[in-house]
Design a protein around this ligand. Structure first.
Ligand SMILES: Nc1ncnc2c1ncn2[C@@H]1O[C@H](COP(=O)(O)OP(=O)(O)OP(=O)(O)O)[C@@H](O)[C@H]1O
Ligand SMILES: [Mg+2]
Length: 339
């Protein structure tokens, strides 16, 4: 299997590392096709785009005509197709700057490929829910399902994958039968080590890098580009997520709950069940700022893409159903709570 080259922070290029289980899972999907759109949710920067890029290559090797679309990408990389679909894709390229129009066109393109007798077609969508908005996201997922269930003509296999870090659509789409939800986590430790070995020195050892990033490749890139200046990285997260403002708005009780969550993220859930509204507001504020994730499912393999994190890992801030996005997100909150 060809491993794709990926852009990494600081102008570096890296080779797609690890994710062995995820790659096997993509191959299984290629072998069977997807009977529903598969929606992959994961924390920011965990490697969703990288995985879709690698999936593109795998599906191509499996004889699929592949369409990849990511509205967040730079213009040249926003729409990628395999060679066989390039001619058909011209119509889409014309409306590339209008996400809503593009998605209709993309489905049309996939349908035309099927109609013209292309037996294997794959549609990979990256970050489209944010671009089209929550309401249209539901509609889009239904349209993708319709494409699979009511194709314009018989096909051999279709694969539809979409990736997002956006929590609201996860809740909205999750209540329908229209899609299969999977969760992807940051990289497992050994795999993260493989990525770290591609970053030139000076850099910390694996143990230190792991304790800082929890295996989040994007954060590793940020740190590497910033000369592994941890204080700066924490301050940057605090500024971006407006953590001081959050800390100032907390009640005495919420502060205590948050303090507890620094040691055990699941504590927030426990308080939510016991105390209701106040704790719930705290969770909303933390989720809204992308500091914690409140939707880790059971560690049942089929609910996950790649290896799930352990049920509890205090070192990197992972709990059963709640987790800090990365250890440095937790550090930024800890700092704001410390007088
Ligand atoms: N398996 C991997 N091997 C090597 N590099 C990786 C891997 N996964 C991710 N990266 C790199 O880490 C960085 C973040 O990954 P990526 O952009 O795929 O995350 P993401 O989950 O799509 O983030 P976002 O939520 O912001 O869309 C990128 O520079 C990417 O190239
Ligand atoms: Mg991405």
């Amino acid at each position: 299997m060809v491993r794709v080259k990926l852009r990494f922070a600081g102008g570096l290029q890296v080779v797609f590392s690890d994710r062995e289980r995820a790659l096997r899972q993509v191959e299984e999907l290629a072998e069977r096709g997807t009977h529903k759109p598969v929606l992959i949710y994961g924390p920011e920067g965990c490697g969703k785009t990288a995985l879709l890029r690698q999936a593109f290559e795998i599906l191509k090797e499996w004889g699929y005509g592949v369409i990849y679309y990511s509205p967040a990408e730079w213009a040249g990389g926003r729409l990628l197709t395999t060679e066989d679909l390039r001619e058909l894709a011209r119509g889409v390229a014309e409306v590339l700057n209008l996400p809503a129009a593009v998605l209709d066109k993309l489905l049309e393109l996939a349908a035309r490929a099927v109609r013209l007798g292309r037996g294997r077609v794959a549609v990979l969508l990256d970050d489209v829910f944010q671009a089209v908005g929550v309401d249209r996201a539901e509609h889009l997922v239904k349209a993708l399902l319709n494409f699979i269930e009511y194709p314009p003509r018989d096909y051999e296999r279709v694969v539809v994958l979409a990736a997002s870090s956006e929590g609201t659509t996860r809740r909205r789409v999750g209540r329908h039968r229209w899609a299969e939800l999977r969760v992807m986590w940051n990289m497992p430790r050994a795999g993260f080590g493989e990525l770290l070995s591609q970053i030139p020195p000076p850099k910390p050892d694996l143990d230190t890098a792991w304790r800082l990033t929890g295996g989040n490749p994007d954060l590793a890139g940020e740190l590497a580009a910033g000369g592994w200046d941890v204080g700066w990285a924490v301050a940057k997260i605090a500024a971006e997520r407006r953590i001081r403002e959050l800390a100032a708005s907390l009640s005495q009780r919420q502060r205590a709950v948050l303090q507890e969550a620094l040691e055990d993220p699941d504590a927030v859930e426990k308080h939510m069940a016991e105390e209701g509204a106040e704790a719930l507001k705290l969770v909303e504020a933390l989720v809204d700022r992308n500091l914690i994730i409140d939707w880790l499912p059971e560690r049942e393999g089929r609910l996950w893409i790649d290896e799930p994190p352990p049920e509890r890992d205090p070192v990197i801030g992972v709990g059963k159903s709640f987790a800090w996005q990365t250890p440095l997100h937790r550090e930024a909150v800890r700092k704001a709570l410390t007088p």
